[in-house]
Structure formats: structure tokens, C-alpha cells
Design a protein around this ligand. Structure first.
Ligand code: FES
Length: 416
């Protein structure tokens, strides 16, 4: 009896999600009777979508209505959004949307992962953790309400899973704090569409109170008990905590990976998804390298959680003298082979300079975290803050992030 009573609110969360799904299915069905066209869910990699460039244009914002807000933890809320056109927005599990908010006359862009996989419904769901003094995250947690309208940029991002029904893999989703948000979508996508595969989530937090989706993961465990495991690591737990105590560093991760292996899946069929604080990501990658996990088995998402003050999370060239800041340099921006010469101040990002010149540059988070604004540096030098959202391979291949990259003298970049 106690167990059953205890499970009621847990199953309630699952029922709510299923009810939303049924509502959406009925809406779609009625739409079909009325002759409305269904929007396909794109299942290919975002790089291969022919209209990817178009959908990333800054002018392509979309108005959505906040349909409901659910408190997940004392410092995080889940927000459901619906396009005012009732359009079904195509995306891939693991992608994010960028909110474009104007607060006190200043425009802010913030990227938030979609935490529900694509399900042919017109709802987009994000979970936002409040950051102390965070301008946008505080607004969303404290003031946003149902019925409000928001502007968003369409889904983008390369931290994705495209399921294959015949595939048998073991997915290790390693997250810290709000890094769990894309993992929930990825876990559900695998469990629902790759029915031979296993999912293990290893999730670090400072306190139990901060664990996002704890109840939802219990729901999922009930549904997929043979293929889904969550291992929690908490730094400062209460006395009743029974899972791992500590920081999700290399040693703790090593032990948890050993505990959660499945004999029937070889290491070459493991896939690792990492999203969390820089220290956690660095330790995890070191460990995986030591275990001879190949680079193409590792996927990482590097969002920076700084949400205070100005729109940009980082300020390159902080040592630049005021007199130097005013000096201008020339940047050639090539778009589909067409060069445009633009003037940029020394501390101005290539993205800002390009947009000011009317070039339809792709971007999303504007914070150096998502890679949507990545351009190839053809000649010259660009200064970028470290760390940033580029992988080592991308840096080695000559890519820079236009949103946080400032020209260090004359340079040429190519939008690919
Ligand atoms: S727009 Fe996201 S990294 Fe530049």
C-alpha cells in the first residue's frame, strides 16, 4: 500500500505526458480530416537538411505561446511552448531552441535543450534552471506565466541521436546539473525507437534538491526497467541518501561505468554523450581516452551557464586598450562563394559585424556554446575566449565561432 501511494505522483507525471501526446494526436487527426497538411519529422542529421541554412537565419524567429509551466525543482521549471500557428516544428532528439527575449530594452538570446523527443506534436518543451543573478533564467523561473508570448529561433544543434530500429547499442548519458535536459530527450528516443539498445544515465548534482527529472526518471524506470538505469552522484546529500556521494569526477565515473556494463554489449558498441560543467567533461573525456574509446563514440554538448549581465557570456580581448577598441579592421565574409567586405571594431564579433552589414549569418545561442555560427577561417587571425563550444577537431580544421570570435587584424571567413 505504501509503495502504491508513493508511486501515484510519479506515475502522474507519465500520465500527464501521455495525455499531452493523446491530445496532440487528436488535434492532428482532426487537422487531417480538415485537410491540413502534416509536417514531417526530420530524421536526418541537421547537417544534411537542405534548408538548414534558411532555418538558422536570424530573421526566422517564430512566435510561441507558453501553454504551461511545471516546477521541477526549487530552481528549475519545465516550460511547454506552442507555435501560434500550431505548426509542428521538426527537430532531432538532443537539439535546442534559442529564446530571443527583450528585457528592459535589451535583447537576450539563450539556448535551451528540448527535453522531450520529437513526437509529431506541436509542443516544444524546455527545462530552465535558474542561475544566481541570471537575467533570463530568473525571468523564466520567477515571472514567465502561461499565455505569455515568446520569440524563438528554430531548433538546431549537433548533439543528437537519430535512432535506428535494428541497432543494439549501450548509451551512456553522462550529465551534470542542467546538462541533463537534452539527455532526457535522447534517453526516451532510444528507449522508444531502438528497442534492443540500453541506456544508462550517470548524473551529478550538488544537492538532492537540485536533481532535475528525478520523478520522471522513476516513471521511465518503471516502463523500461530492463533497459534503463540512472546512477546519481550528489556532493552534499542528506543523511538518508543511498546513492553515490561525491563529485562526478574521473574516479567516480570510472566506478559507475564499471558497475553498469552489460556483458552482451561490447565496448565498440558503446556510445557516450557528455553534457555538464567543464571539469566533469574534461575528466570524462580523459577517462574515455584512457579506456581507448574512439572519438566517434563520444558526443559532447558544451553550454555555458553564465547568464548574468550582458547578452554575451564572454568578453574577448579584455585587455584591449580603449584606443584600440575604436580601431577598425576589414573582414571578408564569404557566403556561398560571394565575398562581402565589412568593417569590424577590434572588440566586435564577426557575427555582429556581419549582421550589421546585412549578411544573413547563421547563429543561435550567441554565447559560444552551440556551434551554429561556426565559420571557416580562410586567412588571418581571430581571437576567441576559452573554453568555447568548438571541439578539438573543429579547431584543428580551422573553424571559428563568429558570435564570440573577434578579428585580430584583416581576415577572411567562409560560411559553409
Ligand atoms: S551562436 Fe552558438 S556558438 Fe555562436
Amino acid at each position: 500500500m505504501f509503495e502504491k501511494l508513493h508511486q501515484l505522483p510519479i506515475v502522474g507525471g507519465w500520465i500527464r505526458e501521455q495525455t499531452n501526446q493523446v491530445r496532440s494526436d487528436i488535434r492532428n487527426l482532426l487537422g487531417r480530416f480538415r485537410g491540413e497538411r502534416q509536417h514531417p519529422v526530420v530524421k536526418t542529421s541537421s547537417k544534411s537538411q537542405p534548408d538548414e541554412f534558411e532555418t538558422k537565419l536570424p530573421s526566422k524567429t517564430l512566435t510561441v505561446t507558453v501553454t504551461s509551466i511545471e516546477r521541477e525543482t526549487p530552481s528549475a521549471v519545465t516550460v511547454n511552448l506552442q507555435p501560434i500557428t500550431n505548426e509542428i516544428i521538426s527537430y532531432i532528439a538532443g537539439q535546442f531552441i534559442t529564446l530571443q527575449l527583450t528585457l528592459n530594452g535589451e535583447v537576450f538570446h539563450r539556448a535551451y535543450s528540448l527535453c522531450v523527443p520529437p513526437r509529431q506534436q506541436d509542443t516544444l518543451t524546455i527545462t530552465v534552471k535558474e542561475i544566481p543573478n541570471g537575467v533570463v533564467s530568473s525571468y523564466i523561473n520567477q515571472r514567465l506565466k502561461s499565455g505569455d508570448k515568446l520569440e524563438i529561433l528554430r531548433p538546431s544543434g549537433r548533439f543528437t541521436i537519430v535512432p535506428e530500429s535494428q541497432r543494439k547499442k549501450h548509451y551512456f548519458l553522462i550529465a551534470g546539473g542542467s546538462g541533463i535536459t537534452p539527455m532526457k530527450a535522447i534517453a526516451l528516443e532510444v528507449l522508444e525507437k531502438e528497442i534492443e539498445s540500453y541506456v544508462t544515465i550517470i548524473f551529478g548534482n550538488r544537492t538532492e534538491n537540485e536533481i532535475i527529472f528525478r520523478e520522471k526518471f522513476m516513471d521511465i524506470s518503471i516502463l523500461h526497467s530492463d533497459r534503463f538505469v540512472v546512477k546519481y552522484v550528489v556532493e552534499n546529500p542528506t543523511s538518508t541518501w543511498t546513492d553515490t556521494i561525491g563529485i562526478l569526477d574521473k574516479n567516480v565515473l570510472s566506478q559507475l561505468l564499471d558497475q553498469t556494463q552489460r556483458d552482451e554489449i561490447q565496448q565498440t558498441d558503446h556510445l557516450y554523450y557528455l553534457c555538464g560543467p567543464v571539469g566533469m567533461m574534461t575528466g570524462a573525456k580523459e577517462l574515455l581516452r584512457e579506456r581507448n574509446v574512439s572519438a566517434n563514440q563520444i558526443h559532447e554538448e558544451r553550454f555555458f551557464t553564465l547568464d548574468t549581465g550582458k547578452n554575451k557570456s564572454t568578453t574577448p580581448n579584455t585587455n584591449t586598450l580603449d584606443s584600440q577598441k575604436d580601431s577598425e579592421t576589414l573582414v571578408t565574409i564569404r557566403l556561398r562563394g560571394q565575398p562581402t567586405l565589412v568593417k569590424a571594431k577590434q572588440d566586435q564579433s564577426i557575427l555582429d559585424a556581419g549582421l550589421a552589414a546585412g549578411i544573413p549569418m547563421p547563429f543561435s545561442c550567441t554565447m559560444g556554446g552551440c556551434g551554429a555560427c561556426m565559420v571557416k577561417l580562410v586567412s588571418g587571425k581571430v581571437t576567441m575566449p576559452e573554453p568555447n563550444g568548438l571541439t578539438t577537431d573543429e579547431v584543428n580544421a580551422g573553424y571559428v565561432l563568429a558570435c564570440v570570435g573577434c578579428p585580430n587584424g584583416e581576415c577572411t571567413v567562409e560560411i559553409e
